[in-house]
Design a protein around this ligand. Structure first.
Ligand code: E4P
Length: 217
């Protein structure tokens, strides 16, 4: 499973990229607002840090406007993935961009039927929002299972990019189901590493090593 980080904070992206665990980045207009920097500058900087897909979202709601914005975004770097909302205009834009060889992430997916449409439109990625789905009384992980089943039934190669991830259990369940990608806030990626028994084990080994009086090298 690929790991994307869901942030526009380039300091965090740089630090995580250095671990070699990062396969891509997703941003959205809210994350850009939080970063408090020029959108195009941030996307340019992220694309230079991470060679994998970097999602940058259009804000126009009509097809022509989306295409105009996509043209600006995709000129930034080859790894820019244009993010479009799951609307009819978004799907039309997805089809056109895909035919022109641009990667597309169809975002704000909350049903398996929507995911089916995105695959038919040739999306590179579909982004089902599991956390927001859970928040509204639905089962986010059931949505991922349904999409996996449907994509496998028909051999669609659109990648399931699990979004709105809130905690490590979302990541575990996504991996069990066979989602292709999970995009996570930096805090969740860091949480995945930690286990109290790992910390306790290191502490015990180091205490015994100190008593042995030895050094390496
Ligand atoms: C994904 O591409 C979105 O940017 C993101 O996962 C949204 O997550 P949120 O529901 O925590 O805002």
């Amino acid at each position: 499973m690929k790991f994307f980080v869901d942030t526009a904070d380039t300091a965090d992206i740089r630090e995580l990229a250095e671990t070699g665990l990062l396969d891509g980045v997703t941003t959205n207009p809210s994350l850009i607002h939080k970063a408090g920097r020029d959108f195009l500058d941030v996307v340019r900087e992220i694309c230079a840090i991470v060679p994998g897909p970097v999602s940058a979202e259009v804000v126009a709601l009509d097809h022509d406007g989306m295409m105009r914005e996509a043209d600006i975004l995709r000129r930034i770097a080859d790894n820019v993935t244009v993010k479009v909302p799951l609307t009819l205009d978004g799907l039309k834009t997805c089809r056109r961009l895909t035919e022109e060889g641009t990667m597309v992430n169809v975002t704000l997916c909350f049903s398996a039927n929507q995911a089916l449409l995105a695959a038919k439109a040739g999306a590179t990625f579909i982004s089902p929002f599991v956390g927001r789905h859970d928040d509204n009384g639905f089962d986010g992980m059931q949505l991922i299972s349904d999409i996996r089943l449907i994509y496998d039934n028909y051999g669609f190669d659109t990648e399931i990019l699990v979004a709105s991830v809130r905690h490590p259990v979302h990541v575990l369940e996504s991996a069990r189901i066979g989602a292709d990608v999970a995009t996570m806030p930096p805090s969740v990626i860091r949480q995945l590493v930690r286990h109290p028994l790992t910390d306790k084990g290191i502490e015990g080994f180091l205490a015994d090593w100190a008593k042995s009086g030895q050094t390496i090298g």
